[in-house]
Design a protein around this ligand. Structure first.
Ligand code: ZN
Length: 345
């Protein structure tokens, strides 16, 4: 089969699309014929260094995927060949204290596809049957693939961690990236008010067409003033961010009393001033989050099916054009997800 490997660490020169042999499927696993996968920031991280993540080179890239089951154990109670599925990329041990509490995403031995083991940028993949869920029927392959990392991350952040309510206001920094767009979609779908920021007016305009209630160009330097004006001087109930240091002071000052900040990334730096006095005087809460559990993925898929929500796909590339897709991801110019179509089986 054909797959995209990282063969070292560096730039696009370490990314190679080549033929390889898929090992046989083990009992308890399903063999999925991949139709689409999407790119995530962590793909660039693994290409560039992969520091702190135990892995062996060469390794197949990619975390999320949607496809069709080719093989599954005959005794599987739910899955069968020919079924259209999406993959949850975090394979947990099932035995540690966190797994036993149902917090599979905190598993001490968790392995992510495309990080700790071979990933989804391949014509076929096998994963434990517990990682595979029915694909929402209204979605195309790339849209469905995007749910596995992007929307799952936003779902846990908004609803499990920050517990956003329909009558509340959420401020989403850096609209245009996949996770922040997912947050906009999910928050609007439950009826919350959403303020978004970007340095790019074109992205703000598109966010407005997706339902953002208020848009702020962060280059103007007036994010806090705009949030306060929009909320009657009160501030946002929830701040959703993955930018880190560059926006942290603005994020803290934009929160209402008792407000909650949830973060899943720090692309601009991870050591902002803590602003402790503000945290205890205004009784703020700060949540870290990463991906989501199997149970949260199941909830998300049910919600997506019922609400008709469709992830935003900026562009689809064939597998052979992965290098160009990685370049576009690195440029930050996209609005929504970059996807790989993996056809020609
Ligand atoms: Zn575990």
């Amino acid at each position: 089969m054909k797959a995209a490997f990282i063969t070292g660490h560096g730039g696009n020169e370490v990314v190679r699309i080549q033929d390889c042999t898929l090992p046989p499927r083990a009992p308890g696993e399903v063999l999925v014929r991949v139709h689409a996968a999407t790119l995530n920031q962590v793909d660039l991280y693994m290409r560039n260094s992969g520091a702190g993540i135990t892995h062996q080179l060469p390794q197949i890239m990619g975390l999320d995927a949607a496809g069709i089951i080719d093989e599954v154990d005959a005794c599987d109670p739910i899955l069968q060949p020919g079924q259209e599925v999406v993959i949850h990329p975090g394979i947990s041990c099932g035995r540690c204290e966190y797994c036993q509490r149902g917090q599979t995403v905190l598993c001490t031995r968790i392995q992510f596809l495309g990080e700790h083991r071979d990933g989804t940028f391949a014509q076929w993949i096998h994963v434990p049957a517990t990682q595979v869920f029915p694909k929402p029927a209204h979605l195309g392959w790339a849209e469905a693939a995007a749910l596995g990392v992007n929307h799952l991350t936003a779902w846990r952040m908004l609803f499990s961690k920050a517990r956003l309510q329909p009558w509340e206001t959420v401020l989403v920094f850096g609209i245009g990236g996949g996770v922040s767009l997912a947050a906009l979609q999910l928050a609007k779908a439950i009826g919350a008010r959403v303020i978004v920021t970007s340095r790019d007016d074109a992205k703000l305009e598109r966010a407005g067409s997706l339902g953002a209630d208020h848009v702020v160009n962060s280059r103007s330097g007036h994010v806090v003033r705009e949030v306060m004006a929009f909320t009657g001087g009160r501030g946002a109930d929830v701040v959703f961010e993955n930018v880190g240091e560059a926006v942290w002071p603005l994020a803290m000052k934009s929160l209402a009393r008792g407000g909650r900040l949830v973060t899943c990334g720090a692309t601009s730096g991870d050591q902002p001033g803590a602003d402790l006095r503000r945290i205890f005087v205004r009784q703020l809460q700060i949540f870290g989050s990463s991906l989501g559990t199997l149970a949260e993925f199941n909830d998300l898929l049910g919600f997506v099916t019922r609400s008709g929500l469709r992830p935003v796909i900026d562009r689809e590339y064939p597998l052979d054009a992965l290098h160009a897709a990685l370049d576009q991801l690195e440029s930050g110019a996209q609005f929504g997800k970059l996807a790989l179509r993996i056809d020609g089986h």
